[in-house]
Design a protein around this ligand. Structure first.
Ligand code: IPE
Ligand code: IPE
Ligand code: MG
Length: 245
């Protein structure tokens, strides 16, 4: 059970975030509770991801970013990292069929250059084959870290200044935002983290400056569309001030 206020009506749920960030967490603990290897949690978690992504589109969310694999997740045992990469391969191969009736545009954020070449190819295919979809934008954050993203943006800005195409006076908040992976996308309105952890873990640190946080104790493999609706209702009931009164 999360810290949710009373159920909201369908109408209130209609106040949906323009950009929702979801930290899919708790796969390992879910598996451990069942005496299964951590990988089993990732398998179920990947299925839940597909269901929740489609539900986000149904709820009219414009952009959703799923935290799939962080720049820090390489610290995990090779066996677990390989299992996650294989699930990613499988998803990328199946998503064309599985998502063919969805009006969802897939994009990837993070440094993909260090991923296996076949995965990079599948990612490019997934992006190209959904580029003309006009509905929800689905960002998958893979080998993504907020600090690495900011460092990448600063390198690109420095290169432009060096090349003379940008002056240092032009470096403002909008300029920085335009050099991030999420360039052109709305700021993050809401962050959802299940599994009972109350932290951002290097996710979208710039984009979250004014995000509303919704935490839930449910482990990701147990997360349902109902849990998402409750989280969206919680968001809809928040009073955002952005520094004003
Ligand atoms: C999230 O679940 C999946 C990834 C980080 C890839 P975890 O694997 O972090 O699960 P817990 O937090 O250990 O339970
Ligand atoms: C964040 O979860 C990364 C993803 C969900 C991909 P972690 O499980 O890696 O985060 P920490 O280690 O609990 O902060
Ligand atoms: Mg975790």
């Amino acid at each position: 059970m999360g810290l949710f206020s009373k159920r909201k009506t369908e109408e209130e749920i209609a106040v949906v975030p323009a950009h929702l960030g979801i930290i899919m967490d708790g796969n390992g603990r879910w598996a451990k509770k069942r005496g299964l290897p951590r990988q089993a949690g990732h398998v179920t978690g990947a299925k839940v991801f597909r269901t929740i992504a489609k539900h986000c589109e149904k709820r009219g969310i414009g952009t959703v970013t799923f935290y799939t694999f962080s720049t820090e997740n390489w610290k995990r045992p090779a066996e677990e990292v390989n299992a996650i990469m294989n699930l990613l391969r499988q998803y990328l191969k199946e998503s064309l069929e599985d998502f063919k009736n969805e009006n969802i545009r897939t994009q990837f954020i993070g440094d993909r250059s260090v991923l296996a070449p076949d995965i990079q190819e599948l990612m490019a295919e997934a992006e190209a084959s959904t580029a003309d979809k006009t509905g929800m934008v689905l960002n998958l954050a893979i080998n993504y870290g907020g600090r690495a993203e900011l460092a990448m943006a600063m390198r690109r800005i420095a290169d432009e200044v060096k090349a003379g195409t940008l002056s240092s006076e032009e470096i403002d908040e909008a300029c920085i935002a335009e050099h991030l992976y999420t360039a052109g996308q709305p700021e993050v309105d809401m962050i959802l983290r299940p599994s009972g952890e109350y932290r951002l873990s290097n996710f979208l640190i710039w984009q979250c400056a004014y995000a509303e946080y919704v935490f839930d104790d449910v482990l990701w493999p147990d997360f349902t569309t109902k849990d998402l609706d409750r989280a969206l209702a919680e968001y809809a009931g928040r009073h955002r001030r952005f520094g004003g009164v």
